[in-house]
Design a protein around this ligand. Structure first.
Ligand code: NAP
Length: 506
């Protein structure tokens, strides 16, 4: 029997791209998961140095394929070359960040409470650490074909934790996905790790993805994409006999509040920065500022007119897929129909891609639907009279990845209530900046209350803390030293930071 195939589409031309990709069969997926299960024990027991070497080798293998990546992703995602070159660097840096975390080894949060037989009742010896969950599934995102896809942050953090990964490639960029898979496999081979530490499945539908999430040997899921997709995977994971966590990063409109004083002090620069933040990468960033709070009056008018002019001067964007373009056009039309909404930009030009759009609505006519994500280059400006009106409206918003305040230094102390409410709604607060750049580092939080993420903002999908999503806690009581994992042995052979009898020591 010939395998069913699918083809990606070049979003710029609408033409199908060669080659056709065979859809992974259920038997092939079963073999990949079995290999992951087979590799899990040895991978979990690998030393910090072995895991770090693997991730560093994967970073080098990604960089070695940079030209091929850029060529494939330009055709499959319609993103410009400089953006994709940057993404290659970001992907390699993420892998190296997690190599550092793995090498340091302290992320396991080892704790030792020594026994005290003299205490009444006697105190046992209790030691604990984080251990990898076992094989996990990762769903590649469409909007970062490298950095949030096959070799992206979810995969890097799971591998650093010692979990084999099976990726469901995003069907919009199979050739880019295949290159990333080859890079990771080559790195595993170079480091003498079993092939089962990494597998990939291809499918242009949902059947295999759901089967993967429901496979008894899969222990957690990482996902970035739509709210509908994320919730479908959460439901699939909950319907298992043994439910598993799904770390889904879904939708966010990233509210940005501008005070009149900030606009008077710095309006022109803010307009330039905001227009770029709304329309960069075709607005297809989870941190795109889709909801603005702008004061009524001269400073607010001038500012929004300036942003609108800059967006009108921006060429129409090629969106990642035909589906995303349709959803954008439908979402924009829906917002435009809402009572009180006025377009400030000229709007779509016939036969163009997605023309960046700025809409405006008086705060009295704001409805929660205007805070629904329209993925792409569109933003809604809510015009307010007094900042006190903005706080309750922000408090009623759904959870967000980010919330931004543009205010002068002199105003800041008087805005504690507003900042408090922003903090209850978002995972990252930005002051006098734009939310779109998500720095990869130790301190970054890329998460937030539902529906920004499915776990209520308890974790982050960017930055080194992402590793803890793929581990669980395990304690050992009264074990002899030789039977403990190295991280918990008295001699501390890996030299990691530990909490010993309540004191942080190395
Ligand atoms: P998506 O539709 O959520 O798809 C992401 C992945 O999940 C794909 O592999 C998809 O497979 C799979 N999937 C979707 N629904 C599923 C279901 N019910 N059961 C099993 N698997 C499912 O996201 P997308 O294609 O990247 O973009 C579509 C929309 O997602 C955008 O318009 C935007 O609203 C949102 N999005 C958000 C972010 C973000 O950063 N939060 C990023 C990208 C996209 P198929 O493609 O075969 O359906």
């Amino acid at each position: 029997m010939t395998a069913r195939t699918f083809q990606a589409t070049n979003p710029a031309t609408g033409q199908p791209l060669a080659p056709a990709f065979p859809v992974t069969t259920p038997q092939e997926m079963e073999a990949l998961v079995a290999a992951a299960r087979g590799a899990a024990r040895a991978f979990a027991a690998s030393t910090p140095t072995q895991r770090a070497d693997f991730l560093n080798a994967a970073a080098a293998a990604i960089e070695a394929r940079a030209d091929a990546f850029v060529e494939a992703a330009m055709a499959e995602a319609g993103l410009p070359e400089p953006r994709l070159r940057g993404e290659v660097g970001r992907t390699a840096n993420q892998l190296r960040l997690f190599a550092g975390v793995a090498a340091d080894g302290s992320w396991v949060d080892a704790r030792i409470d020594h026994a005290d037989p003299a205490r009444k009742p006697p105190k046992p010896d209790v030691r604990s650490l984080r251990v990898p969950l076992g094989p996990v599934a990762v769903f590649g995102a469409s909007n970062f074909p490298l950095a949030f896809s096959v070799a992206g942050g979810d995969t890097a953090s799971a591998l650093a934790a010692g979990c084999p990964v099976v990726v469901k490639a995003h069907p919009a960029h199979p050739a880019t996905s295949k290159l990333a898979a080859e890079a990771i496999r080559a790195a595993a081979q170079q480091c003498g790790l079993p092939a089962g530490v990494f597998g990939i499945v291809y499918e242009d539908g949902h059947e295999l993805g759901v089967q993967l999430v429901q496979h008894p040997d899969i222990h957690a899921v990482g996902f970035t994409g739509s709210r509908a997709g994320g919730l479908a995977l959460v439901a699939a994971a909950q319907a298992r006999e043994v439910p598993i966590p799904v770390y889904a990063e879904m939708s966010s409109v990233n509210p940005s509040v501008f005070t009149a004083a900030a606009l008077e002090a710095n309006g022109a620069a803010l307009a330039k920065g905001l227009a770029a933040s709304i329309s960069g990468s075709g607005g297809q960033l989870c941190t795109q500022p889709g909801l603005l709070f702008v004061p009524v009056g001269e400073a607010g008018d001038a500012f929004l007119n300036d942003v609108a002019a800059k967006l009108d001067a921006t060429p129409a964007c090629t969106l990642l897929t035909g589906g995303i373009l349709n959803a954008f056009q439908k979402g924009a039309a829906g917002h435009l129909k809402a009572a009180g909404v006025q377009p400030l930009t000229q709007g779509a030009k016939p036969d163009s891609g997605a023309q960046p759009q700025l809409l405006s609505v008086p705060i009295a006519q704001f409805t929660p639907e205007l805070a629904d994500e329209v993925f792409g280059p569109l933003s809604v400006a809510v015009r307010y009279d007094r900042l006190e009106e903005v706080t309750p409206l922000l408090a009623g918003l759904e959870g967000q990845l980010t919330a931004t305040l543009h205010a002068t230094d002199a105003e800041l102390d008087g805005l504690a209530d507003l900042l408090h409410v922003m903090g209850t709604r978002a995972g990252r607060l930005v002051l006098n900046g734009f939310p779109t750049g998500v720095e990869v580092g130790h301190a970054m939080v890329h998460g937030g209350p539902f529906p920004a993420t499915s776990d209520g903002g308890a974790s982050t999908s960017v930055g080194s803390r992402a590793i803890t999503r793929f581990a669980r806690l395990r304690a050992y009581q009264d074990f002899p030293d030789r039977a403990l994992p190295p991280e918990l042995q008295e001699a501390n052979p890996y030299g990691i930071w530990r909490l010993v009898d309540g004191e942080r020591t190395r």
